[in-house]
Write a protein that binds this ligand. Sequence first.
Ligand SMILES: C[S@@+](CC[C@H](N)C(=O)[O-])C[C@H]1O[C@@H](n2cnc3c(N)ncnc32)[C@H](O)[C@@H]1O
Length: 215
Amino acid sequence: MNAASTPSIPHTAASAYAEAFVPESADAAAARAAAQSLGIGAVSPGTSTLLTFLARSLDARTVVEVGTGAGVASLALLLGMAEGTLTSIDTEPEHQATARRILVEAGIPSRRARLIAGPALQVLPKLSDGAYDLVFVDADPLEAVEYVEEALRLLRSGGLLVIYHALSGGRVADTGNEDDDTVIMREALAAVADAEDLSPVLLPVGDGVLVARRA
Ligand SMILES: C[S@@+](CC[C@H](N)C(=O)[O-])C[C@H]1O[C@@H](n2cnc3c(N)ncnc32)[C@H](O)[C@@H]1O
């Protein structure tokens, strides 16, 4: 999703306070500026904090990210990973080159981020079953249902699926909205809610973050 199609995030004083509760590092600010220069979206500051928290709480060592962008979320995930490798997929080599630069400048060794250029639905099937602690999704909203299916296969027992733009600027909750990406995000959320082996929670952080634990 590029900046032009990024849905606006509803802001209240309380949500702005929560988003800024943990201040961003200079490295994260540099990543955010790089995303802006490329004209692509990035997770909100509160979402970055949440990603770091989840990765750290889980002691995550194997993480898949769908949609590298300029590396804002990659940086947040790696900050929460004491060890191990982030595997991040993006169709755009230019975005990944920027993310690589951001990570190197933040002092993260190259071996800790495996950046794979290609369409997610071609790359994800090549990753190993049950081998990942966390799968984070922020790529093509029209493929959200397929990302859920792939994540279910990739996650180990106790692993987490995390989906950004889960509220899509409030449009997901607006039952009268039938935009393709909104309808598909609703379908993805329903698939997660209906999956017997997933325990979900939908958080109003950033543009909405769905977190689901695999049994
Ligand atoms: C909004 S950006 C991700 C931003 C990232 N989460 C961050 O916080 O920095 C979405 C990214 O998904 C990539 N993308 C879009 N469709 C894709 C697909 N089908 N497969 C892989 N990447 C895709 C875009 O090139 C873009 O870099």
